[in-house]
Design a protein. Structure first.
Length: 103
């Protein structure tokens, strides 16, 4: 495995671990020396898609439960037509699809 790929995989795995500990993507960008928060997010999401281990599974469950909470709080307002609540619900559904590789 080329050194660049090994480093990228290590950073992605560390990013998943740090996200589980509560780091934001902005913080990950600084800690792991990504150019921007979106680069850190892409690395975490790529790692989730590529790996199937306990840390990634734990992250998936953690994020699933967070989206469950958001949906539970936002759904009543979304069903009444409140645009921001609807947008939160759609983002939660999109995140779930990405987490489980169906989006």
């Amino acid at each position: 495995m080329p050194a660049d790929m090994a480093k990228a995989r290590f950073r992605g795995a560390l990013g998943v671990e740090l996200r589980m500990q509560g780091c934001t993507y902005d913080e990950l960008a600084v800690i792991l020396e990504y150019s921007h928060r979106s680069a850190a997010r892409k690395a975490v999401m790529r790692t989730i898609k590529e790996r199937s281990d306990m840390a990634v599974d734990a992250y998936r469950v953690q994020r699933f439960l967070a989206t469950e909470d958001t949906l539970g709080k936002s759904l009543p307002a979304a069903l009444k037509g409140e645009p921001r609540a609807l947008a939160r619900c759609l983002r939660g559904i999109d995140e779930r699809a990405m987490l489980f590789g169906i989006g």
